[in-house]
Design a protein around this ligand. Structure first.
Ligand SMILES: Nc1ncnc2c1ncn2[C@@H]1O[C@H](COP(=O)(O)OP(=O)(O)OP(=O)(O)O)[C@@H](O)[C@H]1O
Length: 300
């Protein structure tokens, strides 16, 4: 693993408003990273600084070991801004080729790469369409195709699935997931369930202050499972406490339990599911560790 992005003590203010307040983090290659936070938390500002659109007031950013703006970074980092759009006058192929040329590709290379990225996003047959002839979801996919031109190593996607119907959103998610072995994505979204599925690493911004969370970190002598049951079963919490290997049970929401158990307990998840069956409980979902929502917002 190598470090893709290293941010140290980054601050950016607009007048008296601190959009980023002493933000530091690193992102390693191979991680799909979520950038989460309430409206106005500083997410777009952080993306804009990483892309070089905005100059920070203080702090440093290194991408692939180089400072922002270094010539060797040209084409290595791409971004899909929240409100990205394309020119309605030209076909999508023409526009993507144009962006390829701007990246320094020859005409032939730009056309080849346009064909490649349109195929990746499933829009090969629409290469002659103009943007207004495409659905909202297809337009998003064109914008993602544009971000993938030239094979960038890091792609920042700001609200890539916002406003899409569930089927189109799912297509974009599976596209991100299928590409994530070759490209490191940083996704900004308000959809925690979506980030839960895609991301191993979470950057949480609130009022410009950042905290980081590792989704897969389950170390030490105890581990966690989050169990969501179908119904409110009588004495479920007390009964869960009696299961062998359980150290502690807390109730995060109605019908949802966080179970801390001995890490040394073999196949605890299987035992838990058998226990549900034995007690006649239907379960809705079982998450390894904490759900992202609990990780970010649970107070105790
Ligand atoms: N160009 C600007 N001029 C003045 N204030 C700005 C500017 N850009 C951002 N801000 C302020 O900085 C703060 C962070 O804004 P930012 O757009 O980064 O938040 P965000 O997390 O992307 O929000 P959202 O989820 O609503 O898109 C907000 O208080 C915003 O009002």
């Amino acid at each position: 693993m190598s470090t893709l992005i290293e941010v140290n003590h980054l601050s950016k203010s607009f007048g008296s408003k601190k959009a980023l307040n002493n933000v530091s983090f690193t992102i390693e290659s191979g991680a799909t990273t979520a950038l989460v936070g309430p409206n106005g938390a500083g997410k777009t500002t952080l993306f804009s600084v990483l892309c070089g659109y905005l100059q920070p007031d203080s702090g440093t950013v290194r991408i692939l070991g180089q400072p922002l703006g270094h010539p060797s970074l040209f084409g290595k980092l791409a971004a899909l801004p929240q409100d990205a759009t394309l020119d309605p006058r030209f076909s999508i192929q023409k526009q993507l080729c144009f962006y390829g040329l701007l990246q320094g590709l020859s005409k032939v290379e730009a056309l080849q790469d346009t064909t490649r990225v349109l195929e990746l996003v499933g829009l090969s047959e629409n290469h002659n369409s103009k943007i207004n002839e495409l659905s909202h979801g297809m337009r998003k996919r064109v914008c993602i195709a544009q971000a993938l031109l030239g094979n960038p190593k890091i792609v920042l996607l700001d609200e890539a699935t916002a406003g899409l119907d569930p089927i189109n959103a799912r297509e974009i998610r599976s596209l991100i997931s299928s590409l994530s072995d070759d490209v490191s994505f940083i996704l900004s979204s308000h959809d925690l369930a979506e980030l839960e599925r895609l991301c191993s690493h979470v950057l949480y911004l609130d009022k410009g202050i950042l905290t980081t969370h590792n989704r897969n970190e389950q170390t030490g002598s105890s581990k966690y499972l989050t169990l969501q049951l179908q119904d409110q079963y009588k004495d479920a919490k007390e009964l869960l406490k009696q299961l062998s290997g359980v150290l502690y049970v807390s109730q995060s929401q109605n019908k949802e339990f966080i179970i801390e158990y001995q890490a040394s307990h073999d196949q605890f998840d299987i035992h838990l599911l058998k226990y549900c069956y034995k007690n006649n409980w239907q379960y809705r979902q079982l998450v390894n560790g904490h759900t992202l929502e609990n990780q970010l917002f649970q107070k105790d």
